[in-house]
Design a protein around this ligand. Structure first.
Ligand SMILES: Cc1cc2nc3c(=O)[nH]c(=O)nc-3n(C[C@H](O)[C@H](O)[C@H](O)COP(=O)(O)O)c2cc1C
Length: 460
């Protein structure tokens, strides 16, 4: 029998003011996205229509008004688990990955909330574990300092162990509900976890039945070495910013993540690697470049950005007029290797040879977070296919630059093209997030049935 074709795993995430900081200023866009449930619901339903594996909800524990020009999305942040519960009620198939910051939360509460949403959604929730990068968060939780990387990841490691024990603390068939005897629960199948670690002391059991998925998938995102190791040990999917490294760099990153898994008794297929991609797609190549150009004109920049650009180019453009073509103010032969890549990338994104200093600056700024892809449906599909089929990704986290337009554009234009190429499924094969990821449902580690008992953690 031939192997089933490898399938691209797609996630969609929206920043409620749009991924591009200028998006909310365009006609037809919204500025109330953070508090407008309709927008979030529409995005999740549209992603479901496009048969995405999951809708992803990021989170922050601070509201940074000082970031309003560079990152308006950072100003207002409704709570992510609550948003996931809302989305659970209005969708049927799509997975819901919601972010939890372990540094400032408690595993019993989070195990409980996640298990509850898993029941509400019929087994579609996943937890994105982050340890937080916003030092300002500490002062919202009675602390003077944001813990250092080591402390945060030691804490997160124990935290995940507690979550997974609590989700197993009820065996699947513990609620016997015997109407004759009146026995509701079999006490032998509900377990104290008696966890005593360096940071947590948790007796258990949880007061929510075992999640529909048994174990809720763990996702993680982070830049540090410890983050990669945490992921290698526990994550079913790792959301990365490796798309900024270019195709070769992303391949190396992908291989590095996969090579870490055997140390934890896992195999390469046990963790999906999903880089973020910002996709500007329109019906034609030309329309996509125009849409990109319009948005980039709305980007707020400062002299600091210009200084950084000069450094990266290896040629000073600090005092150049914004509208001056790069080729007229800088000797292109003098550009550093990075500088050449930056200039080439700007030409590709704007779709023309003649790019101004302001345009190169804007594309350099925006490209620092995730790779930007601008183009027609087939051009976008070409890029995704190349990354997927040459060892750089198992799928992608799609960031639409505008909402709601960018979400609809991806689903209506790119999804059919990916389906036509056989890269993306036309229907959901399973009903839970674990099934969307191709993971079996593990038995509880407390289950007395020994045969075939799968290990908790990866569940495979
Ligand atoms: C692709 C990616 C996505 C992230 N998403 C979030 C998020 O939604 N919320 C958050 O608080 N931190 C987020 N982070 C931050 C990290 O998860 C992590 O907490 C932070 O980078 C500090 O850990 P580190 O030193 O391992 O990077 C993200 C990081 C990356 C690389």
């Amino acid at each position: 029998m031939s192997e089933p074709a490898r399938r691209m795993h797609l996630g969609l995430t929206i920043w409620p003011t749009g991924f591009h900081p200028g998006a909310w200023r365009l006609p037809g866009s919204r500025n109330d996205g953070n508090s407008n449930p309709r927008l979030l619901q529409h995005a999740a339903r549209t992603a479901e229509r496009g048969r995405f594996d999951f809708f992803f909800i990021g989170d922050r524990l601070v509201g940074l008004t000082a970031s309003q020009f560079a990152a308006p999305n950072e100003v207002l942040r409704p709570e992510a688990l609550t948003l996931a519960a809302n989305i659970a009620g209005i969708t049927e198939h799509i997975g819901l990955i919601t972010t939890v910051n372990t540094t400032y939360s408690d595993p019993y509460n989070v195990a409980r909330a996640a298990a509850t949403i898993d029941h509400l959604s019929g087994g579609r929730v996943g937890l994105n574990i982050v340890t937080g990068k916003n030092v300002e968060a500490a002062r919202n939780f009675g602390r003077d300092q944001h813990w250092d990387n080591e402390h945060r990841y030691d804490w997160a490691t124990e935290y995940i162990q507690v979550l997974q024990l609590l989700w197993d603390s009820w065996e699947d068939d513990a609620r016997v509900a015997d109407t004759v005897t009146g026995q509701f629960v079999d006490p032998d199948r509900v377990h104290h976890i008696d966890f005593e670690g360096k940071f947590f002391s948790v007796r258990g059991p949880l007061n929510v039945e075992r999640p529909v998925q048994g174990q809720i998938p763990i996702i993680n995102a982070g830049a540090s070495e410890r983050s990669r190791e945490l992921g290698a040990q526990y994550s079913d999917l790792r959301f990365t910013n490796s798309s900024t490294l270019g195709l070769d760099g992303a391949r190396e990153y992908y291989a590095d993540l996969k090579n870490r898994l055997p140390h934890y008794g896992r195999s390469a297929s046990d963790q999906l690697v999903v880089p973020g991609m910002a996709v500007y797609v329109e019906e034609s190549q030309r329309a996509a470049h125009e849409a990109y150009t319009t948005l980039q004109r709305l980007l707020e920049t400062s002299p600091v950005h210009r200084a950084r650009l000069s450094e990266a180019l290896g040629v000073a453009v600090t005092d150049a007029a914004p509208d001056a073509p790069l080729a007229e103010v800088a000797d292109l032969a003098q550009l550093s290797d990075d500088g050449r890549r930056i200039a080439d990338s700007a030409r590709e994104l704007y779709g023309r040879e003649r790019v101004t200093v302001a345009e190169v600056n804007a594309s350099f700024i925006r490209g620092g977070m995730f790779k930007e892809v601008v183009g027609s449906p087939s051009r976008v599909a070409d890029v995704l296919e190349e990354w997927f089929s040459t060892g750089a990704a198992d799928g992608f986290m799609i960031f639409p630059p505008t909402v709601p337009h960018g979400v609809e554009a991806f689903v209506d234009l790119v999804v059919p093209e990916l389906q036509r190429r056989g890269l993306h499924h036309r229907e959901y094969a399973g009903t839970t997030l674990r099934e969307h990821f191709g993971l079996p449902r593990p038995l509880s580690r407390f289950a007395t049935t020994p045969v075939g008992a799968a290990a908790v953690g990866s569940g495979r």
